[in-house]
Design a protein. Structure first.
Length: 362
């Protein structure tokens, strides 16, 4: 089986012993293709710190252009993009407003408090999205006794909202409300390209009213590392200072950037295949008696709940692992399966067959 978590640390087993045939745990599990690796080997690299890595420079230029921003910086992870953006936009003691299920709140180890000294105000949205009216209600009146609302953050697509796509109109309304109240805006664009492919809306239109936005090179795109944060030149200068403070440059980062450039040219439109596969899985789940409910499936994330009399999510994960299929448990009875370029129709059939044959544990 795959590594298990004990206390605060992972206890791994060798990958050769995993026996996993279909891994739906996350779209970060897609591996670089042979052609991506060829692009990596051919990359022109140098010292990123000194601006000498031309492949990294080109990736940042391309991403800034795609997102309609002045500049960009390559970072190791998307979480680092979020945390640097929060620290640039906010002063200690101020507040970030975001949807309660988002990545910043649940999966970044308390980074906003630990790294930027800021508070979080969570909105109870619907499938990871909230309205301009909800934002208006969450903005604090000015008072010496309260933290000052400073930043609004959104996810596109929504992670634990089931891969939901923010409609352009709704994003514009939320961003306009933030601007009208003097707040900065940030977009966690980990799966922004999924939203673009699903909706047909260019990335720059989604990002237009946001002061900072980033894309992930691993989620769905097949890169082995990296994310690119974009914004104004002033914002990126400040982001670079924090990058230096929190770990420094990556030196020959062009090897990462080369896979990112290849993905931008070759792997965005194929995300539609992931969406189709997720929709197929959801359609099969609807007929299964042990499935209580399925979140609306808009892109590549399928989230569903097991009925109360059925096995727990942890039991489901273990039963599927025994059949070579991996999914994620995110609650007592909630399961998440994410499609990506390394799972296809055969993998989906294995998943559905395993779910149909679930056994209730005594």
């Amino acid at each position: 089986m795959a590594g298990s978590i004990t206390g605060n640390q992972w206890t791994p087993t060798p990958s050769s012993a995993d026996g996993i045939l279909a891994d739906f745990h996350s779209d970060t599990l897609a591996k670089p293709t042979a052609k991506m690796l060829q692009a990596l080997l051919a990359a022109s690299v140098g010292d990123e710190q000194k601006g000498e890595d031309q492949t990294t420079n080109e990736l940042c230029r391309r991403v800034a252009e795609i997102l309609g921003k002045e500049a960009a910086v390559l970072l190791p992870t998307g979480s680092m993009c979020n945390e640097i953006a929060i620290a640039v936009h906010c002063r200690p003691g101020e507040e970030v407003i975001c949807e309660r299920s988002c990545h910043i709140v649940n999966f970044e180890a308390g980074g906003p408090a630990a790294l930027a000294g800021v508070m979080i105000a969570g909105i109870d949205g619907q499938h990871g999205r909230f309205s301009a009216d909800q934002l208006c209600d969450a903005i604090r009146p000015v008072s010496r006794y309260a933290p000052e609302s400073r930043l609004v953050a959104v996810e596109q697509t929504t992670n634990f909202g089931g891969g939901g796509v923010w409609p352009l109109k709704a994003l514009r309304e939320v961003a306009a409300e933030a601007k009208n109240n003097g707040l900065k805006t940030h977009m966690d664009g980990a799966r922004l390209f999924n939203a673009c492919v699903k909706s047909g809306t260019p990335a720059a239109e989604f990002a237009e009213l946001f002061d900072s936005v980033w894309i992930d090179l691993t989620k769905g795109l097949g890169g082995f590392a990296g994310a690119v944060l974009a914004g104004s030149k002033e914002f990126i200068n400040d982001a670079w200072r924090l990058k230096q403070r929190w770990g420094g440059a990556m030196r020959q980062s062009g090897y990462i950037a080369a896979t990112g450039l290849y993905a931008l040219d070759n792997h965005i439109q194929r995300l539609a295949e992931d969406h189709q596969l997720a929709a197929f899985i959801a359609s099969r789940l609807q007929a299964m008696p042990l499935i209580a409910q399925i979140m609306p499936v808009e892109t590549n994330i399928v989230i569903f709940d097991i009925i109360e009399s059925g096995p727990t999510a942890a039991d489901v994960v273990q039963q599927l692992l025994q059949q070579g299929v991996r999914v994620g448990a995110f609650g007592e009875r909630r399961i998440r399966a994410v499609t990506h370029m390394d799972v296809g129709q055969d993998s989906a059939n294995l998943l559905c067959e395993g779910l149909r044959n679930l056994q209730i544990q005594n």
